[in-house]
Design a protein around this ligand. Sequence first.
Ligand code: BGC
Length: 728
Amino acid sequence: MLFAPTLPMHAQTPAAPGPRPWMNTSLSPDQRAELVLKQLTLDEKIGLLHGNGMAHASQWQMPLTYLSNGGAGMTAGIPRLGIPNIYMSDASYGVRDSGANGRYSTALTSALGSASSWSAEAACQYGTLIGRELRAQGYNMTLGGGTNLTREPRNGRTFEYLGEDPLLAGTLVGNRIKCEQAQHVIGDIKHYALNDQETGRNIVDVKISHRAMQESDLLAFHIGIQIGNPAAVMCSYNRINSDYACENKYLLTDVLRKQWHFPGFVLSDWGGTHSTEKASAAGLDNEQPLADFFGPKLKEAVEANRVPASEIDDHARRILRSMFLSGVVDHPIEKSVVDIEGHLDIAQHIEEQSIVLLKNDNSILPLDGTKLHTIALIGAHADVGMISGGGSAQVDPPGGNVIAPEGHRGTHWQDHIWFPTSPLKALKAALPNAKIDFNSGTDPAAAAAFAKSADVAIVFAHQWTAEGMDLPSLSLPDNQDALIAAVAAANPRTIVVLETGTAVTMPWLPNVAGVVEAWYAGSRGHIALANVLTGAVNPSGKLAMTFPRSEQDLPHPTIPPLAKEDRGAGSGAVNDRARPASRYSVTYDEGAKVGYKWYESENKQPLFPFGYGLSYTAYAYSNLKTNSAARSVTFTVTNTGKRPGTEIAQVYATLPQQSGETFKRLAGFESVTLAPGESKTLTIPLNPDVLSIFDEQKEAFQLLPGTYKITAGPSSADTPLQGTLNLQ
Ligand code: BGC
């Protein structure tokens, strides 16, 4: 029977007068948590360990609850002691569900898009904005922080994550969480771990060695946790080497608690809890969104001595500690109106740093407003808006879905949602002297005729992705490849603007002059895009994931299909989650060779490599020196072109031979802004975690003594500088 979402009695008890020593802010979060814990009854402790329903009743086939403030989850606090309720909202690229709740949220560039900025500062602004908007809407916990590596680019949630490299993803998520939590919201990193595909996500058993997971997906989480100190980790739906993530002792206790000394709490993904005693012993602290296993059943298990009281104390202590750490006790939520204009500026600025210029033959870009007379804009509803990513990440556009008819603009689970960010309007404003017309692109022949005589044709192409589904392929949907091919055949001065959630294949690439990847571009995406297209902003983004030539080049050319009886297990609905009989599994035999590491080891040429992105200026790299004692690399970057620009310089390391590795690892990176002709010398420290290998016998990382080959340059496939580092 499902737990009925009504507030437990203890959570309705009013505040008691009297001294509250735990409110002494000079004590540590641990000390404060301990003082509260001593006051709690068993019911109050258990109350902290589960949810009380969510706003999305129909998807979850449970009664609607008003308790969650319109958000995804709610855990009751201890009002008599001044411990507030935890109100959780999804916030992947902005706060979810503002539309349904009659509120406003800013949509940022998708997480994957923002990862192309390679900017810790942008990640911090991203987190700060979300933290502020969460609190303004009455939430004190974020469910953002997606960090699963892009091991499977067809994964429908790729846009919610930060690409394929553990150092880049970990650095960015850590900085995001640090700044989110500074706004007094409980930060979260998810989905721990190896939830790298959506197909069968509730049943799939991921097979992978300890070494491979530690050096890939887990390393991203570890770096993120070290930098961001998140209060919470969300365990994922899938199984890993047989056990579900949310009852996986290796992941939750051996790694998270013992190896990493994580002091915060683990909450389950929604419906990702599968047991009481096993999950509790393995290290799950909080069940969401209900209390099927961590409510009455947990209490019964404690009373029957099947779960030790000390285990309950540990769970409750971790949650209380996290509340003190993030400041949600000392800073009660106050609903407010955010600085909308200020936040739109931030969203625009992050998108400007995230757009990646992939191709620019004969400098077709930037568009020159003094020379262009006619521009043919085609496809992807570019007259009215730009697309966004779906699922629990979905941010609602103000006014609703701009391509839906008036009166039907509400947003529903897995609708394709378009923001009212019109590239046509933005380009008209940026190029007032050009005649810019629009064609829908639904008829490729008509679009080609429309484009033929224009000075430039710009084809917009979209790829919608969302939670709960994977893409059947990396091809653009809806006949858009044919549209682009037809327009490019009619007009060689064709530029393609991509609005995608992951990589796409580009059969038309040799025939177009320019390609710009704009991702899911957020609330001011159109203006950021117009600024890049017209050169007001010099693009500097670099891909956080490889774009393959074809699915055949992926480690797994197809995602293993689900058996008939297992279909539906990807949706996440409560009654899909327990299929213990299912044998559906994926074996990640590529191991730690995720993304560029795979292509290098297999000697496969990608379409666009990891770390790649062009600029309207050019850079030269020179004079590499290594410092083995300091484990750092020094080199010079020069802007050899005519425009100021920002270059993301990358350093890779190939480990000594005894590592057995046939690929290089990103070991450091830095952005440098340079005026034309200017040079700067960078000293980049190399991250020791990234240089180490995981020893499965010792269950520990180890830095191998020996010679490390160091390379540096503008992308993983272009590293003109070389040196060595000798580590003892
Ligand atoms: C998703 C999580 C999300 C949760 C709450 C789940 O289906 O996997 O990422 O935070 O729902 O909406």
